[in-house]
Design a protein. Structure first.
Lengths: 773, 100
């Protein structure tokens, strides 16, 4: 566990290798191998660290590693006088971080493996670039997860935003992709603004940025039930950050557009990990949030409204990835609902199970898109069940999990959230239940349109002699060629993309689409590197819920007990406290213990655990009744979807016509994008244009006016110079010239003349001397 | 008895003859000779006063004047010769090159 700092560093190293040498000189395979190896190593290290963490007693499950000093001590103003601002490159492993760590490295590794096959048609350098970004993303995500203070977390937070931007715009030649990247980045920036203001306020209030020190200090403060104090302000600002990163109302608009990125990216970043960072951050600061009940209410309301709104939009979308994107927004709303009603561990639990089944669904949709040659519109799919059984089976498991059907993981986490919501706020619970029904409906709508019914996609070359010959040449399995589907499938398919695999062709190969390669042989099952991660995730989607079987069903809710220490202030090992040197440990330990245990008692009184205690009053039978109810809701949704889209598809069309206005509103996503375009974006543009006009008119005018004044005044100056000054000079010259013209007559050149004049002069002077004297 | 007044009258007469010669004659040689008359008028004055005052300085001066006059005559005649070679005349009215 001493080496947890290596976990983020390994993918970082992979990104460095792929970025510096890979893009120029790695083959596709080498780039993939480097990236996957680094992620695999990080996963192995995480497992070791997790195992060691489990070996500790429950209350001591936290470990800090300070690798290096980042910002040396600077005296800085705080609420209570001048404090020392000091930041270390510190990493911290506690139950919440460990869970997130396993999710990121585990799912990350699977998605890396999946990507090696999914991105096989890309040009050579593009693949290395892709893996470089993907590894870089994991590096930052792990920094975010493992950081032990707000600033390290913020580095990861910003880094994942950057990688998200880079990966959404991976096909940057496509305008929509680069636009989506910008949209994601800018929208996130609004959230980051709140986050960093929150960090400022945290330092100002507590004089430190270390998570644990802040938690312990906050636990000692009174709960702000009546007034909106510093803690509430901090929490609200942090929540603004979470809203941006986790795509909640009103900043969710970037996430559906982010589907322009390659599907593995959508699975890893925009479903399983990055977008849950907001939830993780709220969970990290559970102590702060539970001291700010007003903000908690805001969190719950925003969460449940987002869940409902996104789910309703998902009902009518046709793009397979967009349905999943809205589903992700909706599920994130669920997690925030859980956080908001104080069920932090339930939210974190749902985060984990959601990571499994949503990554599974995204990868499955990627497999479908791959099979359909880049087609994403579900209206042109159908009946794919028989072509791609593995994808179908795994996606079905994921769908059942998200719909909350009994033994699958989603059931346990979602039910926990619904139960806690029921205890906390009935209105929130009602909205959450409606969302659950919608979730089941749109997911089965997706499954029905994709895998059941009649095939509506484009026709492919039937098993004519030409196609078979071509297929044989490429070693491609052909739907009409039963032998190709058999044992040969796995090996052969990896080269099925034909000439695109060779380096020579890669240069000419346009990187425009998921699937730009040669002749399409109809829907087919994806190659092994794609199906194996699907199977692994399907197993995860089934069993991940078993760690959180509630007490009502005879389980022990292991995950909640495991995570609970992360959500309460706890005793701090003195050496992990910033500002305490190891030599001071013995002296400070006693003091420390006294202080934190006092804080701990207070925190426990008001902690989310209090909700649990009130939950004790609800009888076990009632709890089981609620479970059955939510299960029934899910089944109703499924049944409706099956009826609308499989048995009698005309009903859905009729409904769409009957409620045309509602349908149009939903299809256009409540016109939120248009609203933002009309208000914020055009407002920003208008103000920008106004500023530009100001710049052009006033600033440029001032500059031009100055120059104009200079020109005019210098013209006058020149005029004066020419007339007055030159005039005087010329006048002097003229006078000299004219007078010399007169006087030079004296210069006759005749010696006798001169002599005569001298004589006269002498006479004159002598005369004066004689007579005037 | 010959008094200094007589000498001075002689000297003044000679001087005036020289000055008038310089003023009115056109031949540069004559002008030259007139200048010699002026110088010698001065010499007579110097010697007369030297005798009168019993002081030899006047006579020394007179000898100086004669020496300088000789040198001046040499230089002047050289200039006249050079001029004559150019202009083929010794008329002073022709010698007006250094004018406006």
């Amino acid at each position: 566990m001493r080496y947890i700092w290596l976990i983020p560093l390994l993918p970082g190293l992979g990104a460095l290798i792929n970025g510096v040498i890979g893009i120029r000189s790695f083959s596709r395979k080498a780039a993939g191998v480097v990236a996957c190896t680094m992620m695999g190593a990080a996963l192995a290290l995480s497992l070791v660290a997790f195992w060691e963490l489990l070996g500790l007693p429950a209350e001591a499950r936290a470990y800090d590693v300070n690798v290096a000093q980042w910002i040396p001590r600077i005296p800085l103003e705080t609420h209570g006088g001048v404090g020392l601002f000091e930041v270390t490159w510190g990493f911290r492993l506690d139950p919440l971080a460990a869970m997130m760590l396993l999710v990121v490295t585990g799912i990350g590794t699977l998605i890396h493996v999946y990507s090696t096959a999914y991105m096989a048609d890309e040009p050579r350098g593009g693949v290395a670039r892709f893996f470089c970004y993907l590894n870089l993303f994991c590096f930052f995500m792990l920094m975010l997860v493992l950081g032990n203070n707000f600033l390290v977390m913020f580095v990861g937070w910003e880094g994942v935003g950057l990688c998200s931007y880079l990966l959404i715009g991976y096909w940057y030649e496509k305008k929509s992709a680069s636009d989506a990247g910008k949209k994601a980045f800018i929208t996130n920036r609004i959230g980051d603004w709140g986050f960093i203001l929150g960090i400022f306020l945290i330092y100002y209030t507590f004089g430190t940025l270390d998570f644990r020190a802040v938690q312990n200090a906050a636990a000692a403060l009174p709960i702000e039930t009546m007034q909106f104090g510093a803690l509430s302000a901090i929490c609200l600002l942090l929540f603004v950050g979470a809203i941006g990163k986790s795509a909640q109302i009103p900043l969710y608009v970037w996430l559906p557009d982010a589907m322009e990125g390659p599907t593995p990216v959508s699975a890893l970043i925009h479903a399983a990990t990055m977008v849950t960072a907001g939830v993780y951050m709220v969970g990290r600061n559970a102590v702060l949030f539970s001291h700010a009940p007003m903000v908690m209410e805001i969190v719950a309301i925003v969460g449940v409204l987002t869940a409902l709104m996104a789910a309703s939009i998902g009902l009518v979308q046709y793009d397979i990835k967009r349905v999943l994107a809205y589903s992700t927004v909706s599920q994130l709303g669920y997690m925030f609902t859980a956080m908001g009603v104080g069920a932090f561990s339930a939210g974190a639990f749902h985060l984990m199970t959601h990571a499994f089944f949503k990554a599974l669904l995204f990868l499955g949709s990627g497999s479908v898109i791959h099979a359909m040659g880049g087609e994403q519109d579900m209206r042109r799919m159908g009946s794919l069940k028989k072509h791609m059984p593995v994808t179908f089976a795994t996606m079905m498991i994921g769908t059942l999990a998200i719909a909350g059907i009994f033994p699958f993981s989603g059931f346990f986490s979602k039910d926990e959230i619904l139960f806690r919501a029921f205890l906390a706020n009935k209105a929130v619970w009602v909205l959450a239940v409606i969302t659950a029904c919608m979730t089941a409906f749109y997911m089965f709508r997706l499954m029905s349109m994709t895998f059941f019914g009649a095939y509506r996609g484009p026709a492919w070359e039937t098993a004519g002699h030409g196609a078979v010959a071509l297929a044989a040449a490429h070693g491609a399995p052909h739907p009409a060629d039963p032998h190709a589907h058999g044992q040969a499938d796995r090996k052969q398919h990896e080269v099925s993309h034909g000439p695109a695999e060779t380096d020579g062709h890669a240069i000419a190969h346009p990187a425009h689409d998921d699937h730009g390669h040669g002749p399409w042989h109809g829907p087919h099952e994806s190659p092994a590197p794609m199906t194996y991660p699907l199977m692994a995730l399907a197993v995860g989607a089934i069993v991940a819920g078993f760690v959180g079987i509630p007490a009502a069903l005879g389980g022990s809710n292991t995950i909640e007990q495991f995570l609970e220490p992360s959500f309460t202030a706890e005793q701090v090992p003195a050496h992990a406290q910033p500002g305490v040197r190891p030599s001071d440990v013995t002296a400070g330990a006693e003091l420390e213990r006294g202080r934190t245990s006092a804080g701990e008692v207070k925190a426990l009184e008001h902690a989310p655990g209090a909700v649990e205690q009130s939950g004790e009053h609800v009888s076990r039978g009632f709890e089981i009744g609620l479970m059955v109810f939510s299960l029934a809701i899910g089944i109703i949704g499924i049944a409706l979807a099956y009826k609308f889209y499989v048995t009698s598809p005309e009903i859905s069309e009729r409904l769409a016509e009957r409620f045309a206005g509602a349908h149009r509103t939903l299809s256009n996503k409540y016109y939120v994008d248009e609203l933002y375009d009309a208000t914020v974006i055009s407002g920003t543009m208008a103000s920008g244009r106004g500023l530009w006009t100001f710049d052009r008119k006033v600033v440029d005018g001032a500059v031009n006016g100055t120059s104009w004044v200079t020109v005019i005044s210098s013209w006058f100056s020149g005029l004066t110079d020419r007339t007055v000054v030159d005039g005087v000079v010329n006048l002097v010259g003229w006078i000299v010239q004219e007078s010399s013209l007169r006087f030079r007559r004296f210069q006759t050149g005749l010696v006798q003349n001169y002599a005569l004049l001298m004589l006269f002069g002498i006479f004159a002077f002598v005369g004066i001397y004689l007579f005037v004297r | 008895m010959i008094t200094p007044t007589h000498y001075m009258l002689l000297s003044a007469a000679l001087f005036m003859i020289g000055v008038i010669g310089v003023m009115v004659r056109r031949n540069i040689i004559i002008i030259f000779m007139s200048i010699e008359l002026i110088l010698n008028a001065v010499n007579i004055n110097l010697i007369a006063f030297s005798a009168q005052l019993q002081n030899a300085v006047g006579q020394v001066f007179a000898i100086f004047v004669i020496a300088v006059a000789a040198a001046e005559a040499a230089v002047g005649l050289g200039i006249i010769l050079a001029f004559y070679r150019n202009k083929e005349t010794v008329n002073i009215d022709e010698m007006n090159l250094m004018r406006w």
